[in-house]
Design a protein around this ligand. Structure first.
Ligand code: PEP
Length: 257
């Protein structure tokens, strides 16, 4: 973390979990704890259907509501899809783009991720762009090349003045939902390479202002060490974001750095 130049973000990704009442209750419990998080932004990326209730419950608090996906077109014949304009209208501030589960299950390519990033920015949303390697890629020593390419492609056409609304999450696929976590050194190594890509594309000043998160089995026991790394500016958290107690403890760890 480097609070001098960029904000810390602790973002929960609920995936396809928690019903409307559970979402309300979660936010009710988190409110007083999030209020103490002076040094970090708290985001909850909830299922589409829970967005209205979550936005209402989070009104007037430090908690921002995010979505987990979006479509790149503003409207049209795209059955089952939700546009960025619709999300913005519903009060959504952040949107996860290119999560590895969507890349895997819905064949999302880097080019599609790029279209979604541009659409999100156009509608005033803050994209959280997910990148990361498979175990096979890591074993073959191509992690850094793969991540560099994912970041470059995702940001194609993003203007310098839009970059401050972009967040990147490094999520090694082998660490998502598996209980295996990247070591703090592995996370920081990849995050600093991502920052180098940003530096090459946008210059040092813009690059140092971008929050780069780590995601992949971050939990109460490993959060402090991961967040202490200079290029780890927060977490994208799946499993440990489903219980208020564990999520609040990670926020606390970020706040105490
Ligand atoms: C995620 O879904 O982005 C994630 C990091 O999940 P988990 O924390 O459960 O590994």
């Amino acid at each position: 973390m480097n609070l001098r130049y960029r904000k810390t973000i602790i973002a929960g990704n609920w995936k396809m979990n928690l019903n409307e009442e559970e979402a309300r209750q979660f936010i009710r419990q988190l409110k007083p704890l999030a209020a103490e998080a002076r040094w970090c932004d708290v985001v909850l990326c909830v299922p589409f259907l829970q967005i209205p209730a979550a936005v209402k419950a989070a009104r007037g608090t430090k908690i921002a509501i995010g979505a987990q996906n979006c479509h790149y077109e503003p409207k049209g014949a795209y059955t089952g899809e939700i546009s960025c304009g619709m999300l913005a209208e519903a009060g959504v501030k952040y949107v996860i783009i290119g999560h590895s589960e969507r890349r895997r299950d819905s064949n999302e390519s880097d080019a599609l991720v790029n279209k979604k990033v541009l659409a999100a920015l156009q509608f005033g949303l803050r994209p959280i762009i997910c990148v990361g390697e498979t175990l096979e890629m890591r074993d073959n020593d191509v992690t850094l090349d793969v991540v560099r390419m994912q970041v470059k492609t995702a940001l194609r056409g993003v203007m310098l003045e839009q970059l401050r609304r972009v967040t990147i999450a490094y999520e090694p696929i082998w660490a998502i939902g598996t209980g295996y976590t990247a070591t703090a050194q592995q996370a920081n190594e990849v995050n600093s390479v991502i920052r180098q890509v940003l530096r090459d594309l946008y210059g040092a000043r813009a690059a140092r202002a971008v929050s780069i998160l780590y995601g992949g089995s971050m939990n109460v026991s490993n959060a402090r060490e991961l967040l202490a790394q200079p290029d780890v500016d927060g977490g994208l958290i799946g499993g440990a974001s489903l219980k208020t107690e564990s999520f609040a403890k990670i926020i606390e760890a970020a706040n105490q750095q």
